[in-house]
Design a protein around this ligand. Sequence first.
Ligand SMILES: C[S@@+](CC[C@H](N)C(=O)[O-])C[C@H]1O[C@@H](n2cnc3c(N)ncnc32)[C@H](O)[C@@H]1O
Length: 251
Amino acid sequence: MILEALNYAATWPLTSAANRPHIRYSVNLWSRAGRCAAAWREHEEMSRRAMLAAMAGLQQKRTAVVLGSGLLRDVPILELTLQFDTVVLVDLVHLASVRTWLAIKGLRNVRLIERDLSGLSDIAEGRDPDPLGFLRQVPYLDLVISANLLSQIGRGAKRRIDEMPQGAMPDDALPRLMQAHLDGLANLPAKACLVTDIAFSVVDRTGHVHETVDLMHDVTPPQASSSWQWPVAPLGEESRDYQIIHQVIAA
Ligand SMILES: C[S@@+](CC[C@H](N)C(=O)[O-])C[C@H]1O[C@@H](n2cnc3c(N)ncnc32)[C@H](O)[C@@H]1O
């Protein structure tokens, strides 16, 4: 608890007022990732492997952008900074612990951007969402990685819509946001690598699946080059009797 409080307090002045409400989520993620490190190891390794495979085929390695860089646990950040001239990390929040780690490692070609990647404000203002449009302004862009972000866009947007007066947003806002992210990646003038969880299941101790929930809001994900399971809440994390297992794809 003390480390979490310190990380929270140190991140607060480094984060814009609009994004400070998200610091708590990032600190909770940091805390859970530490507790569940063993259970998450394979997922993190599979994610990094998919991103390394995307880098491998590139002729030029000038600028790479990582969307949803978060704690940099599932991102091959050392390889990216070694091979690319510039690595841009984009997230709602860059925790003080992550900033300190980058400074200790002396990774001088890393740039941090604090940005909402959902596109929800576009829909609120009556426009078609173009959440990745800003990437068109990034010079020498060769690679964009969406790093276990897409399902969180859906979850965060749903939470915000639920807090609004009924009817404030169109009924199809969530699938439009999910599709806008996929379209944004597909239409880039650079290679794109998507790693995302697309569904989760509640599984009991015997392996019996009680419920499966779609995280894509009925939007069809692209054809996967690989897929695996991520025990986001292994037994004992949220319940002694049930675990929550996410289905992840790389594309
Ligand atoms: C599951 S975590 C990804 C983990 C991260 N790739 C890592 O290696 O630790 C999801 C990340 O997406 C970020 N995120 C969620 N919604 C976002 C949004 N609308 N815009 C930008 N980032 C967002 C969260 O802050 C979090 O860091």
